[in-house]
Design a protein around this ligand. Structure first.
Ligand SMILES: [Zn+2]
Length: 114
């Protein structure tokens, strides 16, 4: 089993960077980036950069979406807690700024215990 992949962006070899140049003299080419595997299965095992990943996603949007179709929304039960607290803002005045207290509301969302 190989311990590397070639970048899966079909246009990786068209991106002009020094790191892609191979060959010598008049036989130089831009080559797809070789990605060494570090034993972890992440997206970066298949794409050499953000640029290549996004070029791939933009070239095959419906194919990517059809890997795991979403036909209805999902929902996560939550608890919403609102708490009041003392805060302040600054008003501009002729003598500089003036600190004005006000009652603010903090909203905390937590997952419901199931
Ligand atoms: Zn690439």
């Amino acid at each position: 089993m190989s311990n590397y992949n070639w970048c899966h962006n079909p246009d990786c070899h068209k991106i002009e960077t020094q790191s892609r140049v191979r060959g010598s003299g008049d036989n130089k080419v831009l080559r797809t980036v070789k990605i060494k595997s570090h034993g972890t299965d992440s997206i970066w095992t298949y794409f050499c950069s953000d640029n290549c990943l996004h070029q791939f996603l933009n070239k095959f949007p419906s194919e990517v979406a059809n890997i795991r179709p979403v036909n209805k929304p999902s929902e996560t039960p939550i608890q919403v807690e609102k708490t009041k607290y003392e805060s302040h803002r600054y008003n501009w005045t002729a003598n500089g700024t003036e600190r004005v207290p006000y009652q603010a509301t903090r909203t905390t969302i937590s997952l419901k215990n199931s």
